[in-house]
Unconditional design. Structure first.
Length: 278
């Protein structure tokens, strides 16, 4: 499956339109009446939405609006207070530890601050993406098959990191670390990849490289991408669909072309001049 991505081809996506969307109406994720309370604060309020296979969704909104809480509820990094999260025909909120581990194996996660083991090499960090498929003992001792190692090398090469395969991750730049994060997610064979502010710590050039790789993963592999972003212009450039969240509620759900200046004002409660590039 990974072979469908062209290894080391320069990433040149300038507009999302250059990748025609593959139509697929299969529902992969359904969220129903989701709530998350922190003591007296309701971070997520009755959010309901349906996600189909192969969508690229950007979630935008001001800091503290509930973007990160929502995305972390989806794979139960934090537990929702109420509601349902149906992924791959299973309600994640009703799974026991073993069942949740199996479900999470199909949910890739890319973090704002990379979440790598910096003393380990690139390939060791990438192989950690296979831990969800292993017994506790095999995972503890890092026992990987030859096929898994070959696949890790292939993905690393595809992401342009082949010359750094045995480097410790603390020797990498921010953009390179985030590519390791993408590789770690891909080796899971995920059906969906959740990205929590994946470019907020990167310079514009590195940020573009990461977003271009994500959109190619979506297009070429048909993997659903959900990404939290602060940058409205980036969301409009790359997403098929944008969710605008304010004070824990979805106040916009539509295509980039439907995201007017008035809607942006409603999401952020401010003028658009500081939020979007012309």
């Amino acid at each position: 499956m990974i072979q469908t991505l062209i290894k080391n081809e320069p990433v040149i996506a300038e507009k999302k339109a250059s990748y025609p969307k593959k139509k697929n109406n299969k529902i992969i994720l359904e969220i129903k009446n989701l709530k998350k309370n922190y003591k007296d604060v309701c971070a997520v309020k009755n959010i309901s939405l349906t996600v189909t296979q192969g969508e690229f969704i950007s979630i935008i909104g001001p800091s503290g609006s509930g973007k990160t809480t929502l995305i972390r509820c989806v794979n139960r990094l934090i537990d929702a207070t109420e509601g349902e999260i149906i992924f791959d025909h299973k309600n994640l909120l009703h799974l026991n530890n073993k069942e949740l581990r199996q479900a999470r194996a199909k949910i890739g996660m890319i973090f704002q601050h990379y979440n790598l083991v910096y003393r380990l090499s690139v390939i060791e960090n990438v192989l950690h993406g296979r831990l969800g498929y292993k017994s506790s003992l095999r995972g503890l001792f890092g026992v990987y098959s030859d096929a898994e190692k070959e696949k890790a090398v292939e993905i690393i090469d595809m992401l342009g990191l082949n010359e750094m395969i045995y480097k410790r991750c603390d020797q990498l730049s921010g953009g390179q670390k985030q590519r390791v994060g993408i590789a770690r997610a891909l080796i899971q064979d995920p059906k969906i990849i959740l990205c929590d502010e994946p470019i907020s710590s990167l310079d514009p050039s590195s940020a573009k490289i990461i977003m271009d790789y994500l959109v190619r993963v979506q297009h070429d592999l048909g993997i659903t991408i959900i990404v939290n972003l602060h940058q409205v212009d980036v969301a409009m450039k790359y997403a098929d669909r944008i969710l605008g969240i304010r004070e824990g509620e979805i106040v916009f759900d539509g295509s980039p072309s439907e995201l007017s200046k008035e809607k942006i004002n409603e999401i952020y409660g401010t003028e658009t001049g500081e939020l979007i590039l012309d």
